[in-house]
Design a protein around this ligand. Structure first.
Ligand code: AMP
Ligand code: MG
Length: 331
């Protein structure tokens, strides 16, 4: 555990730092999943790299389409959320696997991660085209909160929901899964050195030319400042959740998109959390879970194959013993 003075609040959204040695990068950026997704590939054949990126982006768009709860295109998640309660439903296997993972992480995180908050998330409206500027009324939150916890039941291979307020939202995990699928496509095209960065959700492969990939962790209250760096190589995922990603300030209070499932209001345990895991699905889900848990999440992370850094709401920095960061000192 260490403390950084308040001017140096570390927070999250990581971003790629340019490295000393220039490498032959092929870059493409696409808008998907509500964010800019940046592909960086190091490969001698630009044409192969371009095709690989196009196919990876198509696959990631497919994942967004099957998990999103927004827009008009039908999918199984939207269908489930509208079914009468207690109606058993069979999900396509890919959705089923991510739901199983989500329910497991909900248990491991003592309910901090909750995949059944769609009704509340929609009420807050942070994923709307027009972002909110005032909080919903306390009464409307109280109305949608009951029946959102422990409300998903399994019958054989089918799922049912036990209350109308219980509606699925994979917003805290599906982006990570989409990145994992994108990386699988890149691998199929023989790409060994690459990075997919979806607004701070990152998976990288191999090296950046002669060097490791270098990732910066942002100061959550001064977005242009980097407060720590990491040098990573191989097949690694690093994901940040922050209260500065989607938020508004009303009457001096910050309201943001990560909810405390127990209250239905934004979680004020952390300013940001960064998680390193073997894949982006886990890193994404756990960055959200640990955000809600705050500093007590470090003990949980220590028992799992994760590395984590949490900046709590007082600007104090906590991290797991193996977190490979270089904290930058104040200039
Ligand atoms: P992330 O940006 O990965 O931390 O995920 C935040 C998104 O996940 C929100 O926009 C909501 O759609 C959803 N969400 C909000 N709070 C939670 C929570 N406690 N557990 C799981 N998903 C959540
Ligand atoms: Mg997440």
């Amino acid at each position: 555990m260490l403390h950084i003075n308040t001017l140096l609040f570390i927070v999250i959204t990581s971003f790629l730092l340019s490295c000393g040695q220039p490498s032959k990068d092929i870059h493409e950026t696409r808008f998907m999943m509500g964010t800019l997704v940046r592909f960086t590939i190091v490969h001698p054949d630009k044409d192969i790299a371009k095709v690989a990126i196009r196919k990876a982006a198509q696959e990631m768009q497919r994942i967004e389409d099957i998990f999103t709860i927004y827009g008009n295109k039908p999918n199984s998640v939207k269908k489930f959320n509208r079914l009468p309660i207690h109606t058993p439903f069979t999900f396509p296997s890919e959705v089923n696997v991510l739901l199983e993972t989500s329910v497991h992480i909900k248990k491991q995180s003592h309910g901090a991660f909750s995949p059944s908050l769609a009704a509340l998330n929609k009420l807050w409206g942070f994923s709307n085209a027009e972002p909110p500027s005032t909080p919903p009324s306390p009464a409307s939150i109280q109305n949608l909160l009951p029946g959102t916890q422990n409300c998903l039941q399994k019958q054989g291979k089918q799922w049912l929901r036990t209350s109308p307020n219980c509606q699925l939202d994979f917003g805290a995990i599906a982006k990570g899964y989409a990145i994992d699928r994108g990386i699988e496509v890149l691998k199929k095209y023989g790409i060994q050195h690459a990075m997919i960065d979806a607004g701070g959700d990152i998976r990288l492969l191999g090296k950046h030319g002669e060097n490791d990939w270098r990732i910066g962790i942002r100061d959550p209250r001064h977005k242009d400042n980097v407060i720590a760096t990491l040098s990573l190589h191989g097949d690694v995922s690093i994901v940040t959740s922050g209260d500065y990603e989607r938020y508004f300030i009303s009457h001096g209070q910050r309201y943001h998109h990560i909810l405390n499932p127990k209250s239905g209001w934004p979680s004020y345990s952390s300013e940001s959390t960064t998680v390193i895991a073997s894949n982006a699905t886990l890193a994404d889900a756990w960055s959200t879970a640990l955000f809600v848990l705050g500093k007590k999440g470090i003990k949980i992370a220590e028992k799992l194959p994760l590395q984590a850094l949490i900046i709590d709401s007082n600007g104090q920095v906590y991290h797991t013993k193996g977190m490979p960061i270089n904290l930058l000192t104040k200039p």
